[in-house]
Write a protein that binds this ligand. Structure first.
Ligand code: FE2
Length: 354
């Protein structure tokens, strides 16, 4: 049996019994969630290790050592010191431009649009340790971004969201532990809530989606400094561990798709399915549409997402924190879209629907 697929649905699950390709981390997060719910492992098959392997890292180190032994390519202390001095201004410039800001981090499967405007995400009887998070929204040149829209959501003290499946809130009228707030003139915002619980392999985290005029949406997650799971969570970004109670993000100016990239847009539109070698009772479908100089992909049950092209046939998907590329057939037509999320070791593919 191939190990690329997640089979969701154990004996305790009455609602899901299907083979789902391991498309992105989102489904993996759902599997973790399912495990946490006590479905047991009988009905679950998941790829045991999709993170960057240490073996690969060791091979890379070994090659470096061999090169050093063969040809004296090792640097002397003087060369190292001199090189470090030369690089110092570049490192400082890079640090300055990064503003000490968080890395992007994927949206995950539990996002819901339309949360109420509030900075306090729960009332005083909410179980869990109270938590206050101060944040800063910066933009170009690390300048504060005023009036940015900050969407925040997270699991409760037990690791449960108010949604049991993507697009399926338990009660559509209730937005539990979700809120939308705005940054002030100095780019600052502050939210109050409780410390979220663990679920599956995930470290404690709070999801964020930032919007501001003139900037790309920014998707990320914040983490907790005393949480050992940050070291083992394959999705966690260590730079996003909140130090001193302040979580800083930097928004990017949108980069329009280049004319060269747009010139190759013809042939993208249409229906796709998530690649699978197994017969599936319920396939995950996707539709790619074009609107002027932009391309969008919509998968069943997920928000519509833009493919942002950094080069012809090469794109980013902000919501997945993924880099992707188009695969073309001999006739030049797009036959598949492949994308790899941060921390993942393989591409996920959408192939043309037959
Ligand atoms: Fe999450």
């Amino acid at each position: 049996m191939r190990k690329d697929f997640v089979h969701i649905g154990g004996t305790k699950n009455e609602t899901r019994d299907r083979d789902v390709p391991l498309v992105r981390r989102w489904q993996r997060e759902l599997v973790d969630y399912a495990l946490e719910l006590g479905m047991g492992k009988d009905g679950l098959l998941f790829r045991p290790n999709t993170s960057f392997t240490h073996a690969r890292l060791r091979r890379g180190c070994a090659r470096s050592e061999n090169r050093a032994a063969e040809g004296g390519s090792m640097l002397t202390r003087r060369e190292l010191f001199g090189g470090a001095l030369l690089l110092l201004p570049l490192v400082r410039a890079a640090r300055a431009e990064s503003c000490g800001a968080a890395d992007p981090n994927e949206l995950g499967p539990f996002y819901r649009a339309g949360a109420p405007q509030r900075a306090v995400l729960c009332d005083t009887v909410e179980p869990g340790d109270p938590y206050r998070l101060r944040g800063r929204v910066l933009g170009e040149g690390c300048a504060p971004v005023a009036d940015a829209l900050v969407e925040a959501w997270h699991a409760d003290h037990h690791g449960d969201y108010d949604m049991s499946d993507p697009g399926k809130p338990r009660d559509p009228s209730i937005y539990h532990l979700r809120g939308v707030l705005r940054s002030g003139a100095d780019g600052a915002y502050e939210l109050r809530t409780i410390v979220p619980g663990h679920y599956g392999r995930r470290a404690r985290h709070i999801h964020f989606l930032f919007h501001a005029n003139g900037y790309e949406p920014f998707v990320t997650q914040s983490y907790f400094p005393d949480d050992p799971r940050v070291a083992t969570d394959p999705i966690a970004r260590r730079r996003n561990v909140v130090r001193n109670g302040v979580f800083t993000v930097q928004l990017r100016r949108p980069r329009p798709n280049s004319p060269e990239a747009i010139a190759r847009f013809s042939g993208y539109e249409g229906d796709y399915v998530v690649e699978s070698e197994r017969p599936m009772r319920e396939r995950t479908r996707a539709v790619v549409t074009r609107a002027g100089d932009a391309l969008f992909v919509q998968l069943d049950g997920w928000p519509k997402m833009e493919l942002r092209f950094s080069a012809p046939d090469r794109f980013r998907v902000i919501e997945f924190d993924a880099q992707g590329h188009a695969e073309r057939g001999p006739d030049g037509k797009v036959v598949a879209l492949a994308a790899r999320a941060y921390g993942d070791s393989h591409d996920e593919r959408l192939v043309r629907a037959p």
